[in-house]
Design a protein around this ligand. Sequence first.
Ligand code: AMP
Ligand code: MG
Length: 358
Amino acid sequence: MKPDGLKRFVLPVWIIVLSGILTACAGMQRREEAYSKSFFAMDTYMTFTVYDEDAKRAQSALRQAQEEIGRLEALWSVTDADSDIYAVNHGGGRPVAVQEETAQTILFALEMAQNTEGALEPTLYPVLTAWGFTTEENRIPSTEQINKLLGQVGYDRVLVAGKQITLEEGMMFDLGAVGKGCAGDRVVQVMEERGITSALLDIGGNVQAVGSKPDGSDWRLGLRSPFGEGIFGTLLISDLAVVTSGNYERYFIGEDGVRYGHIINPATGYPVNNGLASVTVIAKEGKLCDALSTSLFVMGLEDAVAYWKEHREEQEFDVILVTEDRKIYLTQEIKDRFDLQKDCRDMEMHVLDAGKPD
Ligand code: AMP
Ligand code: MG
């Protein structure tokens, strides 16, 4: 069986939720209980935790949330022959009608590709396949092969007319870099529609918070260190999404001894190797965080900071950029909510200045 674009990665949990136990205790005083559901979907582990006084309401919200994830996975799978994305990818150059929300998600991915000048490239799938990142059989493709496949890549060649999507033959669309964020936003909506005011969604390490802890205080999230040593800090947030991308969690060591990661620079067709170790994006919507964490990671420190300066007011997001040489670059808003772990005190912190020219 071919792997699925959305289903292909088993991501370790990047962001460890520290506040659960504390909140559960606080919740008991106020009679909110914690209800959790963990399951495997979109090739990752998800844990949704709802804090509510009404067991029935909490459990029904959790059930509906899981169903929603299943529904979106079936719509956006790259390999499931019944999915919208599969239909688009096998349209033989002809327009293919998709569901409204698939069209909207494709449009969002294309818009973010344009905003990031192609750092986010939702048609990169042929190149990802050549590296074996879609099959787990990793290999180093030849430069000729990469260059040839890059000819089948180009977000600006995807045609969208309402719900009709047209791809040139040989091109492949893939929501792997934004799908989990979009799905998270839908689950937040499901929770809100059900009257849930306090919940924490862990979607393969992406965290999306519905409201705050039952006692009204912020959730405290642990941010997983890209250097494989637990967490490097904690972050206090309410009602926000926190999404991290990095190349150390999923990579292979080539025969040449080089480490090749799963996030690829669409300009070269090679895995990103630009000195960044991880990028965390914090914003209201998971989809923006997901799109930006991947693309800022591709851009590298300097361009990522420039992108933040240019777009921070219109897109309203904050960042935590960690470099291979253990420096942390973060926005002032986040610094006020961030605590560095004791054992990571050697990591240099730099607050990004929104006004300072590059
Ligand atoms: P994320 O974990 O959200 O950063 O997404 C990374 C996944 O998106 C990878 O595992 C690839 O499947 C895919 N991908 C890799 N590089 C890119 C890129 N430059 N643009 C879009 N998707 C990418
Ligand atoms: Mg992403």
